[in-house]
Design a protein around this ligand. Structure first.
Ligand code: ZN
Length: 182
């Protein structure tokens, strides 16, 4: 197995291929040049493959989960493509939301940690400044909530349910007029 393949397996990379790696900052950071699988070129809005319009030279960087305490960074220059429906767009980045500077899995980890500990403690584990964690958390929640707006509710209903054999409880809130879970 080649070094790149081994590294890719250790990091459990599913949507990209590593093309190059190096250590930086006295081996406290692992930097990876990556590429989306199958050459990417997918439209972020509809997922269809588009023709390459332009190879950008603008390298972007994403922070990923730490590996044995080492910060891991991905580098890639996204391409501009021509989607049959949406026209000129920047190709979808399978490992991160658009405009984000961190990967989906790091976002997930920040949310998971902040649910069970203070943001300060989470920042310590994530090797980030507490203000960075707080800012990222804010952005993630706002983005996720964007597609989930609660408007025009007239009659509210609420229920308590238990799960995990009664060890955990959740409160469900309904919009009774439209029979929807909020
Ligand atoms: Zn499209």
């Amino acid at each position: 197995m080649s070094n790149l393949k081994l590294l890719s397996k250790i990091l459990r990379l599913k949507t990209m291929r590593i093309t190059h790696f190096c250590f930086k900052n006295r081996e406290k950071e692992l930097h990876l040049a990556v590429k989306p699988y199958k050459n990417g070129c997918r439209c972020p809005k509809c997922g269809r493959r588009g023709r390459i319009k332009r190879h950008t030279t603008e390298l972007r960087r994403w922070e990923d989960l730490t590996l044995m305490g080492m910060k891991t960074m991905f580098w890639y220059a996204p391409k501009e493509i021509l989607c049959p429906t949406h026209g000129r767009v920047q190709e979808e980045i399978p490992w991160a939301p658009s405009y984000s500077r961190i990967t989906y899995r790091l976002e997930w980890r920040i949310c998971a940690l902040c649910q069970i500990m203070t943001q300060k403690a989470a920042a310590e584990i994530l090797k980030m400044a507490p203000s960075t964690v707080s800012g990222l958390l804010h952005r993630i929640i706002n983005r996720v909530r964007d597609g989930h707006k609660i408007r025009g509710v007239k009659t509210l209903g609420a229920d308590e349910i238990s799960f995990l054999k009664g060890r955990k409880f959740a409160t469900l809130v309904y919009d009774l007029d439209r029979a929807r879970v909020l």
